[in-house]
Write a protein that binds this ligand. Sequence first.
Ligand code: 0A1
Ligand code: ZN
Length: 853
Amino acid sequence: MNDAAPSTQPETFYLKDYAPFGFVVESVELTFRLAPETTRVLSKIRFAPNPDAPDRHFFLHGEKLKLISSRINGEAVTPVLTDTGLTCDVPDQPFTWEAEVEINPQANTALEGLYMSNGMYCTQCEAEGFRKITYYPDRPDVMSTFSVRIEGEEKVMLSNGNPGDRGAGYSEWHDPWPKPAYLFALVAGDLVNHPDRFSTGSGKDVELNIWVRPGDEDKCAFGMEALKKSMTWDEEVYGREYDLDVFNIVAVDDFNMGAMENKGLNIFNSSCVLASPETSTDANFERIEAIIAHEYFHNWTGNRITCRDWFQLCLKEGLTVYRDAQFTADMRSAPVKRIEDAIDLRARQFPEDNGPLAHPVRPEAFQEINNFYTATVYEKGAEVIGMLKRLVGDEAYYTALDLYFERHDGQACTIEDWIKVFEDSTGRDLAQFKNWYSQAGTPRVSVQDSYEGGTYTLTFRQTTPPTPGQDHKDPKVIPIAVGLLNPNGDEVVPTTVLEMTKAEQSFRFEGLSARPIPSILRDFSAPVILTRETSAEERAFLLAHDTDPFNRWEAGRELAKASRIAMVTEGASPDAQYLDALQSLVRDDALDPAFRALVLSPPSESEIAQALADQGVTPDPDAIHDAAETFAQTLAQNLSDSLPRLFAATKVEGPYKPDARDAGLRALNGRILALLTRIDGAEAAAKQFETADNMTVQNTALACLLKAEKGEAQSQAFYEQWQDDRLVMDKWFALQVATARPERAPGVAEALTRHPLFTIKNPNRFRAVMGALSMNHAGFHQADGSGYRLLADQLIALDPLNPQTTARMCTALQTWKRYDADRQEKILTELKRIKAVDGLSRDTNEMVSRILD
Ligand code: 0A1
Ligand code: ZN
């Protein structure tokens, strides 16, 4: 059965229509009688009229619930039921609502509400899943304390807050902190814990647990350390302490997203918490540390202060992503983190912001809120906070944050509240800054310079192209961090933040004895596309001399892009100057290995396609792929004398440690192995696979072997070794698709969807295959349309089971306008085929309709 409302005339919700609910909720008591197919949920809710509300319409959300009984003040009532909830006549004064409903967790494949994952009960209520558990005003501005009793035979039964009474067949919980329903959670199953304790700055003793399925106990230690580091960091940097006696984390295998910040009971996709050297890569470790921090930081930015409505999602997500990025920068390398974030923003957010799905950081309309957990809300939302901090300065930022926590603790807030805190604490007028929240699209900033009589002038112009529903864009406030170098590489003007507010604006630097070389948009100080006509020599100079690590890397990236574009459009050879620069950087032992690995990582083929499209050239995926291959092959050949030595010199000795230093070295070693594999008949990769004692090097070796089409035996060996480990098998599925030659990729992916271990019901496994296909650029965009067809087939099959993951995966098709007429037509055919499906979910319908528009 389809899980969403009929798609004929989906309702659109608007920010401008916000009105408070007619009632406040004073307390919630819930009893769960667990049974896989017939769970009973009893609710007892104390309502009181809300004096601030315009009307007293009593509507409770509820979807797919079987109402058994309902009472008001103990008297049976007969509410009017609709597909989306119920209404009922209610008293004019405080009253108690009681209801009993029945739900079927076993049949819940959408993974929203209460569902089962490998025999374990678990919930996902953000954004609007609580309405699939019981009738309730399921909106974030309705906050209440919750008391929960769970009745069942499960060994472990958890909910939010502090534990209460527990006995045979039941367990009780009370959460003293008022919260919206989206933060509700319940978990019950055969779980074991990895326990620890944490003492907060003010001496509160907190019990910590990571709960996992038996057998996974040995994969919790790293997550627990990350949690304790996060707790310490939030106290030290933001002055925020934890506020309950217990903090529980649970790992589940079937989960649509990465993790969820339910109060005191975070639920994690097992891929984002379970870690061991044998089964997890360095990238997994870094991601796990960041996600644990992210969910923990939500306790203050999201839970204690939540969102008034879902249009304000960036209030909690932008800020929390910004905070987790700060944390990672502090725990690891700040420049590396900044570069990684810029790569990610350009790969995921820029295409969104420059295509049919573009929306403001704070959207003003939606049909399905689950479709707005986007790179724009999260990552651009974090960039906006970073710009605000850069504009007001570090000290003023933390003063404003103190005021934010003090003023709004316990409230459901808006972006206006957030901005007002900064205005009040700094005295600045931030009206123009708000454009970042309300206007979609990536600003283009072009720059020209001149030098005369010791004065150097930079002139910037900004424009933002129209986006769906927003033709006109106003100039934004753009912090542009600039430094100037003199021709022998010394910095003559250290990093200075220029504040651009107009469409066109000049900034002067006086008293310079020679024309400087500018380093512009240092540290990627704003999420814009910077264009500047400049020479390869100047870029090579910055790659060698810039004191700002981000811009040093960026100079290399620009050279790489220019060279690849010339190869594609003019049939040029790989740029010799760039090849030379790369070779000296790779050999430069004074440089951080992680940084060298990043310099050696080529721009993605999709990024080149976007760069070509920006220049008005229709990208040819096969030509882009060929250029990438030729470039890498030439680099490998040019470096051939030193590759074996470099490979040996960058090998990490000793027991595996997932810290930034060793991980950086392994990343460099992996890049070198990829090059070496191109010239040594894959010998080194085969040897590394044989001797691998951790997943990072095993995975890298297998990737190199598969790419060289020499990894069949090793792939089989990997499969046999790891077939019982779901997370490692996800890697096995993904690697084969990611490394397949373009013409083979759709076929490889299709064959994998028929593999006995493929299951469409597990989002991780589905993403492993289909996500990898969509990221194999030339493979996905095969001219015969087979990539598009396979994705559409799979999405059509998944939609009735899991609309949310289906809708998210549709983003693979959002860039269709970049490509040639033939490919466009093939993509459109598939989009229309999806849209025509009878009973298509509201989620997928909205995404496909927007992409088609
Ligand atoms: N708030 C979580 C992410 C999340 C969002 C939606 C979900 O289901 C629709 C699940 C999780 C976070 O930011 O980590
Ligand atoms: Zn979040």
